[in-house]
Every structure is written in structure tokens, then in C-alpha cells.
Design a protein around this ligand. Structure first.
Ligand SMILES: [Mn+2]
Length: 325
């Protein structure tokens, strides 16, 4: 075993995932991609938004089931579980609001004619761990928060959800909520009263996404981590003590950590010497990005490998997809 290839948020770009695996030297036989000396770790968010969601899920799931890959849960897999989980006569665990409907719309459409397969996929999502700690490297979808991970390990040693935890996770007073929110969505800070961000994806946001690798952040601009800029001169607004206490911190002495989630843009770069974010907006015609890790404790930007997502993905089936339908 030579190392791991970590792959960022696929979001239904299934044909692009196949192309990335081929580029990394994986070959598909009998519907499973394998490499003679390497394994894959998926960072979560296989589903939603993209044109080939079933293909993306099938590729990843078959690799995981054959021992060729591991995966951590993304906020979109978690959302799907809560959205599709009935609460007796009281509706759904994740309410079917217009906003929530819109997020999962493409996934439900693409599984519409395959309801049994979708149920089976949801059962598989329940088996996906919320984080991976392999000693020499760590993986989580959005944010590694050590105190929360320690608390979670205590309650569920396999780091997976169960039914009770899923049901508890919508109540903000529970550990399940705090862990799922922080690990799969990362930390946010509320914008000052009356200020909103109109984001490129059509959503309006009253919070901004913050990162967790600034040792002693002083201003909003020291912790913002998202494609949308802060309005006005909010970058220079000082963080209050209360705001600072809500942030997580992952120091440079810790093992390499791989995350997805943050819709980065442009050429992949390392935000810290021991942290790589692999979400480069594949589904917005950005890049589907992998990091080829072979044991190094200091990461190297030359080890990113990617495919750019062509605008015609939807229209062009690839020969290697034939086994998957
Ligand atoms: Mn995400």
C-alpha cells in the first residue's frame, strides 16, 4: 500500500469522478474502480445539484463495499437522511421547506424511477462515519473540532449515526446536533443585524463561513472562508470574545487533515501546511480535486490532481458508465 487518494465533493458529477479516477490510475472492472497500490477516501457530498448523482453514488459505494475506498459523511448525505426520515404523524425530521426541497431536488428527481435503490442508498448513508482518524491523517467533511470528536467517540465508538442520534440531531441542545453541525457544516458567524450576503448560488445568507486554522484571529477577515466576500468593510470588524469562543482551532503540529465543503475556486492551494481543502466547486464547472497522499506529514501543493468539469457533462455519456446502469 502506497497511500491514499482523497477526493473532494463530487455533488453528482459522476462522469467527472470516473475521469478523475482514471487519471489517478484506477481501472474499472465489474463495476468497481481499483488501484494496485492505493485506496481512495471520499470527503462526502456525493449527492445533490449535479447531473449524474446515481453514477457518483454507485462508483463510491461499490469502492467502499469492496474495500477500495473509505468515506466520511457530508452535510448533503446527512440532510438527505433527515429529509427522508418520517417522524410518526408529525411530518419529516428535516422539514420540507422550499429551501430544503430545492437542495435535494436533483437527487430525488434522478432516483424517482429507482425508489428501491434510493432506500438502499439511504441505508448505506447511515453506515458512513462522521470522521476518520487514521493516525497519520484525519478526514472530516467541514471542520475537525477535537472536543466534539472526543465527546462523539465516547457515545458512538464507530463514529456512525444511529436512529436515535439522527432523531436527536435536529434539536440544537443535543451533542448529536452540535457534532453534525460543526463536523459537516463547519462553523459560521452571524452577520451584524440587517446585513445579508446574496450568494452566487442564489441563496441569501445571514451568516458567513469561518475556518479553523488561524492561531489568534483578531478580525472577521482573519477567519472568513467562502467564495463570497464580506459586504462593506466587515473584513476589518474585530471579533468579539464571544465570537472567538465559538471558533474551532486546528494547530500546525497536528496530523494532516483533509476537508471538503467550502466551494473553493481557482487553482488548488493549501490553506495551512497540514490542511487541504479539496472542494473546488466541481458542480459549478470548477474542478473535481484529489490529493495524492503518500505518508507526508507536511502537505505539498504539487500533490493535487484534478479534472476540470466540462459544461457538456450532462449531454455526454462516457463508455465506462455502461456497467453502472
Ligand atoms: Mn458540504
Amino acid at each position: 500500500m502506497e497511500g491514499y487518494d482523497l477526493i473532494g465533493d463530487v455533488h453528482g458529477c459522476g462522469a467527472t469522478l470516473a475521469a478523475l479516477l482514471e487519471k489517478l490510475g484506477y481501472h474499472q472492472r465489474g463495476g468497481v474502480y481499483r488501484h494496485p497500490r492505493r485506496k481512495v477516501i471520499f470527503l462526502g457530498d456525493l449527492i445533490d445539484r449535479g447531473p449524474r448523482i446515481r453514477l457518483a453514488v454507485n462508483i463510491a459505494r461499490r469502492m467502499v463495499e469492496e474495500g477500495e475506498a473509505q468515506i466520511v459523511m457530508g452535510n448533503h448525505e446527512y440532510n438527505a437522511l433527515a429529509y427522508c426520515h418520517r417522524l410518526g404523524d408529525h411530518g419529516w425530521l428535516r422539514p420540507h421547506t422550499p429551501r430544503h426541497n430545492r437542495i435535494i431536488m436533483n437527487t430525488l428527481e434522478q432516483y424517482r424511477d429507482h425508489p428501491g435503490e434510493w432506500d438502499d442508498v439511504l441505508a448505506w448513508f447511515m453506515q458512513i462515519p462522521l470522521f476518520l482518524d487514521l493516525g497519520e491523517l484525519r478526514v472530516v467533511h467541514a471542520c475537525w473540532d477535537q472536543p466534539l470528536i472526543d465527546a462523539l467517540r465516547h457515545e458512538c465508538p464507530d463514529a456512525c449515526l444511529d436512529r436515535a442520534m439522527l432523531e436527536a440531531s435536529v434539536d440544537s441542545d443535543t451533542l448529536a446536533f452540535r457534532a453534525l453541525d460543526r463536523l459537516t457544516r463547519g462553523s459560521h458567524l452571524p452577520l451584524p443585524e440587517g446585513i445579508e450576503i446574496h450568494s452566487g448560488d442564489g441563496f441569501t445568507r445571514k451568516t458567513f463561513r469561518t475556518h479553523f486554522w488561524a492561531r489568534d484571529p483578531q478580525f472577521y477577515g482573519d477567519v472568513i472562508f467562502q467564495p463570497d466576500n464580506l459586504p462593506d468593510d466587515l473584513e476589518l470588524r474585530p471579533l468579539s470574545d464571544a465570537e472567538r469562543q465559538r471558533l474551532s482551532y486546528y494547530g500546525p503540529e497536528k496530523p494532516p487533515l483533509f476537508i471538503g465543503h467550502y466551494w473553493c475556486e481557482g487553482i488548488p492551494a493549501l490553506p495551512a501546511p497540514n490542511i487541504a481543502c479539496l472542494d473546488y466547486s466541481a458542480v459549478k464547472y470548477g474542478r473535481l480535486v484529489a490529493y495524492r497522499w503518500s505518508g507526508e506529514q507536511r502537505l505539498d501543493a504539487n500533490h493535487f490532481v484534478w479534472v476540470s468539469v466540462p459544461r457538456e457533462e450532462q449531454a455526454r455519456p462516457q463508455p465506462w458508465e455502461i456497467d453502472f446502469d
